[in-house]
Structure formats: structure tokens, C-alpha cells
Design a protein around this ligand. Structure first.
Ligand code: SF4
Ligand code: SF4
Ligand code: SF4
Ligand code: FES
Length: 686
């Protein structure tokens, strides 16, 4: 796009064709007040606050919605404009209930700021006292239409970024509202509680119950970090006051995943304060119950137990177990502690078997080319024209991935094929559902891969059409017989694959943990083609926040899922890096209940800490610093947002004390060097 030049307030400024007048003003540091506009959403042109004056035509035009043209002359702050803007704000203030002292948003409200900016000391119009609907049915979000200025930001974000279309205008003219609980309450709607609408609302018309009246933004400290509840690692802005987290916001609407968060990242993390925190090392006392001990006593006890058991039963009698919420730095030191210092081959990760098998399958798949071909970046979903979901959890679909799928469907017309049985209606339109007989997925992928491969051979003129047609017909018949898929559906599936250019396979946690099934899916995805960055059109969803990073670090020394009673495989003692893990199945803890010695490093009490002989306190996600690796293989920085309780140590420091106690030559500096080396390998990967 070519460069254009215009005059703004007598100053010559430059921009690009297609830029709005507002874009160019912003880029050149010229302030134009706005209200309905927000970067990252479509232009709306509703509030008219951004009116500017076209010098040549004398017309007032909305800067956010009009593209700049070469040679334009614009005024942004004339007396005429100031009068208009003041009147607009006065009308908005008089139209509904804007008594700021009762409003949750007071102090953070954009309408209030504009009133201040224009020096509005009174409103010349009679205030309307018509009551408008309030929807307080939702667990986290309240919509108060009495404070709504109908800017449309909430419905645009819900549609354009979240792809959910939960919110819309109801009625017309002065009666217009955002939804109406009498028609459908937010709680009963398809709302996924992502809170994106809360974040963009400029007034107190949509607010979040948990953070309401806890502190205005300017009274808080704001920290950037990332969410470690799942491998998406969404950007977080965490607001704290007096060392308490009071509000969690997402990233920029123009940034990763459109700045989205899900309910877990935005709201559930606020409940951490309700969990029973471990702040001191604890030991099971002989009289029963636990008692507090010092760090050095705890380290001494763990060292002597591990040494004793190792001497008596060998290195492999000691196991290391790690949560996939740990940072890369903690995982690296854990690896050195287990494999080099203790020398055990029994290292387990708290991740489902499927996650490890998928990781293993991808690495093995590419062994032949001596290069790790990673899965596609998640943002490729937005560009896909067909999405093939296999084992995708329909009872609890991943919120951000689902929203990307919805956007691909709604905005790009992508087709969705769902392979498996649907437990619930998916939060996006499914074009084709293939209900295969249980256990026949592998046969399905092998069969369709064979057909696609044959077509490729025809394309390359290596086989005749007739020959291939015959063979394909036979394979199709076999696929139908074995998998139970209907003929017409199989044909539609094969046609989807043939048409279009960008297909992506997304595998979920309901997939069978079967290596040959995973391999057949990898072959199928490779046949769909590669992306320009060489990545496979495949995304596999994992659960742990740093599952990718922890597996990258532990895979080379051998790591397994914790799927059996440890004592049954000759293990006598275990050291568990549980960190602030929140979903610990009782069955997982039960697999460690028959050990001679169990040490657990954890932030919160759980069924596992109850079993432990020694418990060491661990920092939470909000207190830690370090890196994690996201679903795309990028290193993301986890920053400390609140101070830990006094005396608590970093996970790495505790493990280093153990390394020292176990008397090895490993030095902390050398370990730190390894962390740095690890970063450089990540750069290649991501
Ligand atoms: S919380 Fe999310 S899904 Fe629900 S209405 Fe707001 S933006 Fe839409
Ligand atoms: S609820 Fe908020 S974001 Fe939505 S239209 Fe009203 S003022 Fe705008
Ligand atoms: S999608 Fe994952 S990373 Fe993003 S907010 Fe939700 S839990 Fe956190
Ligand atoms: S900001 Fe331009 S019309 Fe509202």
C-alpha cells in the first residue's frame, strides 16, 4: 500500500493507503478522543466522539471509521469540535444512570475520563430515570444496562475475537439494551465466561463480580506474566493490591489469541487464596499428625532417606515425579538431580499417557530426517479451510482452541469434521461427524491415507487413473466395513480433503493412547501438506501448563506417565515436585501410598501431601519466576506478581540443597549454564 500525506492541525503527516484518520493521528502522536473505538476490533463509528473536521468540505467525520486520503486537511481540536464532543458526553451522561459514586468502574471509566477531559462541571440536559434491565444471573459477570452507552465493544469482542456471539443489541432507539435477561439470561446463554466483554466495556455496564470494588487500576500494581493453567500460555496482566491479586486481565486485542483468556485464567486463578497453603517444611511425627521443621532438617531427612534406600536397593529404587506446571528451570534441575545425582531411570511426569505417546510419536516420525518437525502453530487454525478434530473432548472443549475454530468457521468459512461420538453439542458448527466403531480409528486413518497417497501418485503420473480407481474403491469398501462409516460420509470426507488448501488435524485428550494410531494420524496429517515453516498440519492438545517444556527437558533421559503403583515396580522412595498442581487425581496419589519414603514439594495441601513423610513448601505460579514453553514451542516468561510468604524458597534452590546434601560435584553455576544452553536449542525449535 502506497504512502499518503495529509495535513493534521496544520502539520504535515504521513500514513499508508487504507489507514483510518485515527490510525494516522495516533501514529503521529495527535490525540483524538474515542469511546466506541478499540484497537483490535472493527471500526464501528457509533459514538461520534472522534469527530474531526475536514477543512475542505467543512464536514465533521468520524476519524475511526473514515480512511484517510492523500492531500486531506484535518482539524482535530477546533472550537466547533470541542462543543460537539462536550455535548455528546453530556447527552450520554444524561441518558442513563451515570451517578459515578455508586459505580464499580468509577476511577477507571472512560466516559468519566472524557467528562473530566472536556471540563464538564454540569449537564445541561434533564437526566432520564428510566430503569433498564440488570442481568446478575451469571456467576462472574454482571450486565447493568443503566450504565451502558451502546458503544458495541462488548458484542464486537464476543463476535470477532471470541467468535461466540452471545451478546447483541435488543430493541431499538432509546430502548436499546445489551441482551435482556427476560429474553435470555447470561447464565442460560452460550456464554463461556471468558470475560472479554468485561475487559473492553468502557463504563461500569459490564463488570466482574470477583474484582468489583476491590481496587481501582491506579491503586494497584500491574504485572505482565503468562497463565500456566494450560499450554496456551495466554498473556496475563495481573493487578495486585497489598500483595493480593484482585483482578486478572488478558493481553492486547491485537496480540496472541486476540488477548483472550478463558474462565480458568481470568476467574479461577483468583480462588487460589482459598486453598490451604503450605508455608513451612513439615514432617510426619511419630505420635501421628505433622509438625513443622526447619528447611535444613527437612533437607537432611530427605537426603539421609534417599541415600539409605539407594545404598540398600540401588538407584532405580528411588523415583522422581514432576508436575507439568513446573518451570523449565525447575525441570532441568530436577532432571540433573534424578538422572545424574541419584542416577535413577525412574522419572515420571504428571501428564496423561497420551501426551507422552504423542510427543514420542512426533519425534520418532521425524527421526529419519534428523530434524524435529514440530506441530503447527495454534494460530494456523485461523487460516485453515478444514479442521479435522479427532478425540477432541466434546464434554469440555478447550475454550481458546474452540474460539479459534469458531472464528475460522464464521469468518473464513472453514469446514469442521469431528471424528468420534459427540457427548455434547460443540461450541461451533460441525459439518461432518464420523462416528467410527470403537478402536477402528487407526484403520480409518490408514485407509484414507492410502487413498490420498494413491491420488498423489496419479498426480505425479506414476500410476494410471484406472488402476488407482480400482484400488481406491476397494480400500473405501474396507474402511466402510471395518469402521462402520457410511459410504456417503466417507465420500464427503474425502472430498473435503481434496478441496481447499489448508487442512489441520487437532487431536484432543479423548484419543486412545495407542502409538500406532498416533502414527497413522501423523502420516495422514503429513499427507495434508506442510506449512511454509515446515511444520506438520497437526496440533495435539495437552493438559499441563508446561507439558511441552517439561517433556522437552525430560524426554532425553527417559520419562513415563505415572500409571502404576510405584511399589509394584520395585520403587521404595519418591521425590515429588508437585508445585502448585491443582488437579491431582486420588488414583495418582494412591500409586505412591506404599512407599517406604515419600517427600513432596508442594504449594497447597492435597491428598498427596497427607501421605508424605516430608513436605517442602513450593512457590505458586504468582510467586515464581522462570520460563515455560507454550503449545507452539515458544519460551514464555513467568514473572513474579506477588511476594511469597517469608522464608519460602524457589523450587530450584530447594533441589540444589538436595544436590549438595547428596554430595556431588555438580555446581549451581554449571546448572545455570545448562539452562542458558537449553534456551538456544529452543530458539531453533520455535
Ligand atoms: S464472557 Fe465472553 S462469551 Fe460471555 S458474553 Fe462476554 S465475551 Fe461473550
Ligand atoms: S455494555 Fe459496555 S461495552 Fe457493551 S455496549 Fe454497553 S457500554 Fe459498550
Ligand atoms: S486458555 Fe489456558 S492459558 Fe489461556 S487463560 Fe485459559 S487456562 Fe490459561
Ligand atoms: S470512536 Fe469513532 S465513532 Fe466512536
Amino acid at each position: 500500500m502506497g504512502e499518503i500525506t495529509l495535513k493534521v492541525d496544520g502539520r504535515e503527516v504521513k500514513g499508508r493507503e487504507g489507514d483510518s484518520i485515527l490510525d494516522i493521528c495516533k501514529a503521529n502522536g495527535i490525540h483524538v478522543p474515542t469511546l466506541c473505538h478499540i484497537e483490535g476490533l472493527s471500526a464501528y463509528g457509533a459514538c461520534r466522539l472522534c469527530l474531526v473536521e475536514d477543512v475542505k468540505t467543512k464536514k465533521l467525520i468520524p476519524a475511526c471509521a473514515i480512511s484517510a486520503a492523500n492531500g486531506m486537511e484535518i482539524l482535530t481540536n477546533s472550537e466547533r469540535l470541542r462543543r460537539y464532543r462536550r455535548m455528546i458526553v453530556e447527552l450520554l451522561l444524561s441518558e442513563r444512570n451515570h451517578f459515578c459514586f455508586f459505580c464499580e468502574k468509577s476511577g477507571d471509566c472512560e466516559l468519566q475520563s472524557l467528562a473530566y477531559e472536556f471540563g464538564i462541571d454540569h449537564v445541561r440536559f434533564t437526566s432520564s430515570f428510566n430503569p433498564f434491565p440488570i442481568d446478575s444471573t451469571h456467576d462472574y459477570i454482571v450486565i447493568d444496562n443503566n450504565r451502558c452507552i451502546l458503544c458495541g465493544r462488548c458484542l464486537r469482542v464476543c463476535s470477532e475475537i471470541v467468535g461466540n456471539d452471545t451478546i447483541d443489541f435488543v430493541r431499538r432507539g432509546w430502548e436499546t439494551t445489551i441482551n435482556d435477561p427476560k429474553i435470555i439470561a447470561l447464565k442460560e446463554s452460550n456464554c463461556i465466561s471468558c470475560g472479554a466483554c468485561v475487559e473492553v466495556c468502557p463504563t461500569g455496564a459490564i463488570f466482574d463480580r470477583l474484582s468489583a470494588y476491590m481496587g481501582r487500576k491506579e491503586e494497584c500494581d500491574a504485572y505482565k506474566t503468562v497463565c500456566i493453567e494450560c499450554p496456551m500460555a495466554c498473556d496475563l496482566t495481573v493487578y495486585t493490591k497489598d500483595n493480593n491479586i484482585i483482578r486478572i486481565c488478558g493481553g492486547s486485542l491485537t496480540g496472541r489469541y486476540g488477548g483472550q483468556l478463558c474462565k480458568r485464567g481470568r476467574f479461577d486463578l483468583l480462588f487460589d487464596g482459598n486453598r490451604e497453603r503450605i508455608t513451612r517444611p513439615l514432617i510426619q511425627s511419630v505420635e501421628g499428625g505433622v509438625r513443622e521443621i526447619s528447611f535444613s532438617e527437612a533437607i537432611e531427612k530427605i537426603v539421609s532417606e534417599i541415600k539409605g534406600i539407594k545404598e540398600k536397593f540401588g538407584e532405580d529404587s528411588v523415583a522422581g515425579v514432576i508436575s507439568s506446571r513446573c518451570t523449565n528451570e525447575a525441570a532441568l534441575i530436577f532432571r540433573e538431580l534424578m538422572s545424574r545425582v541419584i542416577g535413577t531411570r525412574n522419572i515420571f511426569v504428571l501428564e496423561p499417557e497420551l501426551s507422552l505417546l504423542t510427543y514420542d510419536a512426533i519425534i520418532k516420525f521425524h527421526e529419519g530426517v534428523h530434524k524435529r518437525m514440530w506441530e503447527a502453530r495454534s494460530e494456523e487454525i485461523l487460516k485453515a479451510d478444514k479442521l479435522i478434530l479427532v478425540g477432541f473432548d466434546s464434554s469440555e472443549p478447550h475454550p481458546i482452541i474452540s474460539s479459534m475454530v469458531r472464528r475460522a468457521v464464521n469468518q473464513k468459512g472453514a469446514k469442521v469434521v469431528y471424528i468420534g461420538s459427540l457427548k455434547k453439542k460443540m461450541p461451533f458448527n460441525v459439518d461432518l461427524q464420523l462416528n467410527l466403531k470403537r478402536g477402528t480409528e487407526e484403520a480409518f486413518f490408514k485407509g484414507v491415507s492410502k487413498i490420498i497417497y494413491s491420488r498423489l501418485l496419479v498426480d505425479r503420473e506414476r500410476r494410471s487413473h484406472k488402476e488407482i480407481d480400482l484400488e481406491s474403491r476397494l480400500v473405501k469398501k474396507k474402511v466402510e466395513w471395518v469402521t462402520g462409516v457410511e459410504k456417503e460420509k466417507l465420500e464427503r470426507f474425502l472430498n473435503y480433503i481434496k478441496e481447499g488448501e489448508r487442512g489441520i488435524v487437532i487431536t484432543g485428550k479423548d484419543l486412545d493412547p495407542n502409538p500406532s494410531l498416533l502414527n497413522s494420524i501423523l502420516v495422514f496429517s503429513a499427507l495434508l501438506g506442510r506449512f511454509s515453516d515446515g511444520r506438520l498440519p497437526l496440533i495435539s492438545l495437552r493438559s499441563g501448563g508446561n507439558s511441552r517444556g517439561v517433556l522437552d527437558i525430560l524426554y532425553p533421559v527417559g520419562v513415563r506417565p505415572l500409571d502404576r503403583d510405584l511399589r509394584d515396580v520395585g520403587i521404595r522412595a519418591a521425590y515429588v515436585m508437585l508445585s502448585d498442581e491443582r488437579f491431582l487425581e486420588p488414583a495418582v496419589s494412591a500409586r505412591m501410598m506404599n512407599l517406604d519414603f515419600l517427600a513432596v514439594q508442594a504449594s497447597f495441601n492435597s491428598n498427596l501431601t497427607l501421605l508424605a513423610d516430608v513436605v517442602l513448601p513450593s512457590l505458586t505460579w504468582a510467586e515464581k519466576e522462570g520460563t515455560i514453553t507454550d503449545i507452539d514451542g515458544n519460551l514464555r516468561r513467568l514473572n513474579r506478581v506477588i511476594q511469597p510468604p517469608s522464608g519460602l524458597r524457589k523450587d530450584e534452590e530447594i533441589m540444589f540443597e538436595l544436590i549438595k546434601g547428596l554430595k556431588t560435584e555438580l555446581r549451581y553455576e554449571d546448572l545455570h549454564k545448562k539452562v542458558i544452553e537449553l534456551y538456544s536449542t529452543y530458539k531453533e525449535v520455535s
